[in-house]
Design a protein. Structure first.
Length: 351
């Protein structure tokens, strides 16, 4: 096994251990006001394994932005949106980021979580296909072997295929954990990789030049990664939710303004991941922070857009069997972007 693959597999093992630790801890959230004498111990579980998306979280932690807001944040890495959504809803962790489509379907199924802000506003997933192939549309992957990772892709793939007139029986799938899925595609074990575009675009292009067919190609449009909390936490302590969001959005803004330090901080915290890959991923995710509509209207970074969420729910109803009665107000709230909280001071797009 190559050294690079060994390091990747070690990263996966460490992430799985971190999930176990996070999900065995008890949240401590009853602290009001940023001036509390002792910081509130809060837990955070990411959507998936450590990558460039999470650079701002580590930067905000290292720069003391959470401490400034009276929060002692403990970050653990996840193994997929469904697990993170269940962990937040079950009270095993306080905050998490999950795919918007997974959040909506989970809430419609009774999970007592709510989206309180966006990490990325637009969906990041798509299909990598070889440049020398004849695949140009989602419909072209019929009959192909598709590699994907567990998590949001498994949840959303049936709807994405349906939008192109296909079904799960139209393809063959291999579910492979984390970076090993990318390695399998690069080595030619399949001609389609279903993955987050920003995560591996630079690495894949260097080893197996590919085209990307986005999930949105046939109108399957859902919001991107979203920050979620239990609804009961919003009811009992909205101030701590606001303080977490304020520190996080300041972290996103400052991390992109100080890229070298932000990448170095994350590389130091995750030494098994090459710093060059972290930088490529971090830069790649920037394009997904704001939708075109948010950029045009100079909306606040992270503010959930009701119109976009309604469109996303319509896609899920049409293609993913979401209950048509699902109310957008039960799924997301933009209250923390308004007075008195005003958690985001940056506007789209980031410089």
């Amino acid at each position: 096994m190559s050294r690079a693959r060994t390091l990747r597999m070690l990263a996966i093992a460490l992430a799985l251990m971190s999930v176990a630790v996070a999900c065995s801890s008890t949240s401590k959230t009853k602290v009001q006001g940023a001036a509390a004498s002792k910081p509130a111990d809060m837990t955070y579980l990411t959507e998936y394994l450590p990558d460039g998306l999470h650079v701002p979280l580590v930067y905000a932690q290292d720069e003391g932005l959470y401490k400034k807001e009276g929060i002692n944040l403990h970050i653990s890495y996840g193994v997929g949106s469904p697990v993170t959504a269940a962990s937040v809803g079950g009270g095993k962790v306080d905050f998490g980021d999950v795919d918007g489509g997974v959040a909506a379907t989970s809430i419609a199924s009774g999970n007592p979580i709510v989206v309180v802000g966006m990490f990325t506003d637009t969906t990041e997933f798509g299909f990598f296909v070889p440049k020398n192939s004849s695949f140009n549309r989602i419909a072209d992957i019929a009959g192909q072997n598709v590699i994907l990772t567990p998590g949001a892709e498994q949840t959303l793939l049936p709807g994405v295929l349906k939008s192109a007139g296909l079904s799960m029986s139209s393809i063959r799938t291999q579910v492979i954990q984390g970076p090993a899925a990318v390695t399998a595609y690069e080595q030619g074990q399949a001609d389609v990789l279903d993955y987050a575009i920003a995560d591996e675009e630079a690495a894949v292009q260097a080893k197996r030049p590919s085209r990307i067919i986005p999930y949105t190609a046939n109108g399957f449009i859902v919001p991107g990664f979203a920050f979620v909390v239990r609804r009961s936490l919003i009811d009992s302590d909205p101030d701590v939710v606001a303080r977490f969001l304020r520190a996080t959005y300041n972290g996103i803004t400052e991390a992109y303004a100080h890229e070298d330090k932000a990448v170095a901080d994350f590389a130091r915290a995750n030494p098994t991941i090459p710093a060059s890959l972290i930088r490529d991923q971090f830069r790649g995710y920037k394009q997904f922070l704001c939708s075109d509509a948010m950029t045009k209207s100079h909306a606040k970074l992270g503010d959930p857009q009701d119109g976009e969420w309604k469109a996303g729910l319509n896609s899920l109803v049409q293609y993913a069997e979401l209950n048509p009665a699902t109310d957008v107000t039960k799924v997301e709230t933009g209250k923390f972007f308004q007075a008195p909280y005003s958690v985001s001071s940056s506007t789209c797009p980031l410089p």
